[in-house]
Each structure stands twice: as structure tokens, then as C-alpha cells.
Design a protein around this ligand. Structure first.
Ligand code: SF4
Length: 477
């Protein structure tokens, strides 16, 4: 049974896409590690990369080529300053030279050494092959990886990488399905967050878990703050205007603050009326995804394209539902969100290239709904019902990013996901939890079957839906 840590679902990364940016970045990092393990690293004189299927079709709009370059340079997506990315890549493009793994200068011409191959590999639609050769042009090694969504990377037949140091046998509550999670909570008479924490405790100490989760929240909050305070146009050629800062400028109250933390504390004093509370939530969600679209730092939750939903719902709760909330509330919310996301990943997919946007926005919205329901006092069965209701109303949602960029419809879709999560949490709290007509497991199964039936053009190819109706001349294409 696949065991996934909360920290595998909620990861700090760089936009705009977990499967097309973060995954390929990590795949390049894995290729470097393999070269080192095989003691070939010192002999490498050239590396070539082939992007297959969806990575090829929407790779330019998702900056897959740029991510591969950064990964081969040994850059860490969790810590690289976003403002360093463009200059680093421009230097490599102009000089035709990169520092492999941050250690050895090799010839690298992105236009020649990164090939966009539209054919699909049979194992997964996001295939990527790296080939390393020596100075005589002799092939030293060739590896193929697959970016399977949410930043997870596998080789054919391999289980996804799970959290560092995870010993799967030690998880006291192994969970594959929502029903199993529910039965543990009934048996132990505890909440979903309690069960998830017990599993996480086999990987890290409680203080480490708390610190890491609060660190995740800090990055989420920073991305909302940055988005709410940055005007201008998004990169990529669609000329999409940033709207979060514009809307925030219209609704903002008089506040004095120095940074994102102080801002969030001040927001707790804002009295949002029913008329504009959804404007606030939408603005929070859109803010994150504008940061994501501009190669900024966000938390993959469970993907980059859907990274605005979970932070927006949590800031809504902290600002307008329970201004007295503590760190415990933040931690419990993220634990619940993470577990719901991992069940979707195990039983269906969190990859738009496999399941369309229902697998991204649908899953993030379901995660947030369960987390919010928990914070609002919902029983475990109500939290699962909240996730179920949310996914029920995302079934069949296709992925059709205009121009292959994670902007239209992606950015607005996060605000819709956040609002659906809030609505679903409310419904779940008002429903009789003992008689769900549809279980979370059934809706996850339905989502997977819908994914299998979905036409390939609606799976992150930019060949169908809005992407086909709104032709653009992408400047990078
Ligand atoms: S349409 Fe949805 S799944 Fe596709 S790139 Fe945009 S947010 Fe991601």
C-alpha cells in the first residue's frame, strides 16, 4: 500500500505547474543523482532531454524547459530565489554553457538539447528522457522518468517517492480509502487530524511536524500577500492583468503592517460583510495563482495549478470565521487537507494529464472542504462528506489552459474551488452524517472512471476546450 506523508502532498515549490515544472525539475535532479551513483558524473560532457506527450504539448507554457535546465544545474526549487531564475536561464541560453549539478561546466544549448516530442509514451502522458554522453559523443546513460502529478516523479513500474525516511511498515494507520480512515476515527474515538498526526509521528517528532506545517502555511500566506500587493501583467504573452492587487486595493480596509504575518494578524480585525466575503476569498485564491503563474514561490496543494484553494480557505477561516484561531487550527487543517489529497492520489489521480482539471481544482477543493469542515467542528464523517460534495460538483472538469499557460481558466478556477469548498463544508455540517447517499470513496472511483473516459485533448494538452476556442500566438512557441 502506498503511504504518503502530508509533506508529499503539500510541498514548497516554484510555479507554474507541479507536473510540468516541479516534476521535470525533480526528474533532472534524480538524473544527476543516478549519474553520481553510477560514477559517471565526472565523465559527462553533454546532456540531451526529450519531453514527451503532454510535457511537449504544453511544456513551453508551463516552463518545462526552464525547469529541466534548473534541475540539471542542481538548483533546489524549495530555496532558489524566484528572481534568480530568469537571469540564470538567460545566461545559459546566451552562453551555451551550464554548470551541471552546480559543479561542472558543460556545453548546453536549450534549443538543440531539449527536444519537444509530441508522441506519448505508453506508461504515462508526461514522459521525459535524459541522455548523458561523454566528450567523444558516446552515450554514458539514458533514463526515462514520468511526472505523475503534484511534483511526484517515477520511473516505469516504480512506486512514487514518499517522504524522506518514511518506513511504510511503521504507519500505525495505513490508509488507502476514505472508509478506512473513517473506521480508525470511530475505533479510536478521535478526529481525522489525530489519525494523520499519529502516522506523521513515525517520520518526524511532533515539534518538527508542527514547525514544518507552520512553515508551509507561512509560504502560503506569503504568496497570498505577494499576490495582493503586486500589480502588472503576467508573463507568457497572453497579456493577462494581475487582478488580486487591483481588487484588494478596492476592498482593503485601513491597516498598518510591515510584512505578510502582520498583515494576516491585522486581517483578523476586519469585519467582512456577507456582501464581500466571497470577494475576499476569491482575491486570496487568485493572488496565489498569479504568483504561481509568474514563476513565484507557492505551496503545491496538491498541484501548482490549484495552489490557491487551500490557502484561501484557511485565510478565510482565520480572518472571518474564527479570528481567535491558534497555530493548532492551522496545523489540524493542513493535516486533514493532506490526508484527503493522498487518498485521491492513491485511488484516482492528482494529475491533470491523467484526469483533467477535476484532478487538480476538484481535489484541492475537496481537501479544503474537509479541512474547513474539521475546523468548524465537523465529525470525521462530515469532513468526508464535505470532500465528497465538493468533488461531486467538479466531476468531468476538463483541463484546457489557453496557450498552454497556467492562467486562463486556471487562476479564476481557484477562486471557484475555494468558494465551492466553503459551500460544501456548510452543507456537510448541516446534513445528517449517518446517511450519506454518496460516499467519498464512490465519488473518487467515479472521478477515476471519468478520467479514463475523458478525451485525451482535455488532459493538459491545450488542444481542446477553451484552449482550442481562444487561439493565441504564444511568443515562446
Ligand atoms: S485547467 Fe486546471 S488542471 Fe489544467 S492547467 Fe489549469 S488549473 Fe491545471
Amino acid at each position: 500500500m502506498e503511504q504518503i506523508s502530508v509533506f508529499d502532498i503539500l510541498k514548497v515549490g516554484i510555479g507554474p505547474s507541479s507536473s510540468h515544472t516541479l516534476g521535470p525539475w525533480r526528474a533532472a535532479g534524480r538524473f544527476l543523482s543516478t549519474l553520481r551513483e553510477k560514477e559517471l558524473f565526472e565523465k559527462v560532457d553533454r546532456v540531451s532531454v526529450t519531453l514527451y506527450g503532454s510535457l511537449s504539448l504544453t511544456g513551453r507554457g508551463h516552463y518545462t524547459d526552464l525547469a529541466v535546465i534548473l534541475g540539471l544545474c542542481g538548483a533546489d526549487p524549495e530555496v532558489i530565489p524566484p528572481e534568480d531564475i530568469r537571469p540564470m536561464v538567460s545566461y545559459i541560453e546566451q552562453s551555451g554553457c551550464m554548470t551541471l549539478g552546480g559543479e561542472r561546466d558543460i556545453t548546453f544549448c536549450p534549443l538543440q538539447d531539449i527536444v519537444f516530442e509530441k508522441t506519448f509514451l505508453p506508461f504515462h502522458s508526461n514522459g521525459i528522457t535524459f541522455v548523458a554522453s561523454d566528450k567523444d559523443g558516446k552515450e554514458l546513460d539514458s533514463e526515462t522518468y514520468y511526472s505523475i502529478g503534484g511534483g511526484f516523479v517515477v520511473q516505469e513500474g516504480e512506486m512514487p517517492h514518499v517522504g524522506e525516511g518514511v518506513d511504510v511498515k511503521k504507519f500505525p494507520y495505513p490508509i488507502q480509502k476514505a472508509d478506512e480512515l473513517l473506521s480508525y476515527t470511530k475505533r479510536e474515538k478521535c478526529s481525522i487530524a489525530d489519525v494523520v498526526l499519529e502516522n506523521e509521528k513515525t517520520i518526524r517528532s511532533v515539534p518538527e511536524i508542527r514547525e514544518k506545517l507552520l512553515g508551509i502555511w507561512d509560504v502560503m500566506l506569503q504568496s497570498i500577500y505577494t499576490g495582493c500587493h503586486t500589480l502588472g501583467e503576467l508573463p507568457g504573452g497572453l497579456r493577462v492583468k494581475r487582478r488580486a492587487a487591483y481588487v484588494y486595493g478596492r476592498i482593503k480596509p485601513y491597516l498598518i503592517y510591515n510584512d505578510h504575518r502582520e498583515w494576516a494578524r491585522e486581517l483578523r480585525h476586519v469585519q467582512a460583510d456577507a456582501k464581500n466575503v466571497f470577494t475576499w476569498v476569491s482575491t486570496f485564491a487568485i493572488a496565489v495563482n498569479e504568483v504561481n503563474a509568474s514563476l513565484g514561490r507557492i505551496v503545491t496543494a496538491p498541484t501548482n495549478g490549484s495552489s490557491g484553494v487551500i490557502p484561501a480557505v484557511l485565510l478565510y477561516y482565520l480572518s472571518f470565521v474564527n479570528p481567535k484561531a491558534t497555530d493548532d487550527h492551522i496545523i489540524e487543517y493542513l493535516l486533514v487537507c493532506g490526508e484527503i489529497g493522498s487518498i485521491f492520489k492513491k485511488e484516482a489521480t492528482i494529475s491533470a494529464a491523467q484526469g483533467g482539471c477535476q484532478a487538480e481544482i476538484g481535489v484541492s477543493s475537496a481537501m479544503a472542504a474537509a479541512g474547513l469542515c474539521h475546523l468548524m467542528g465537523g465529525l470525521p464523517q462530515q469532513c468526508l462528506a464535505a470532500a465528497e460534495i465538493t468533488m461531486e460538483h467538479h466531476l468531468g472538469l476538463t483541463c484546457d489552459p489557453v496557450g498552454g499557460l497556467v492562467q486562463v481558466p486556471c487562476i479564476e478556477r481557484n477562486s471557484m474551488g475555494a468558494i465551492k469548498a466553503i459551500t460544501a463544508a456548510g452543507w456537510a455540517l448541516n446534513n445528517d452524517p449517518s446517511v450519506p447517499v454518496v460516499s467519498l470513496d464512490s465519488v473518487i472511483k467515479t472521478m477515476w472512471e471519468t478520467a479514463l473516459d475523458m478525451n485525451t485533448k482535455y488532459k493538459e494538452t491545450a488542444l481542446g476546450g477553451l484552449a482550442a476556442q481562444v487561439p493565441v500566438n504564444h511568443p515562446d512557441c
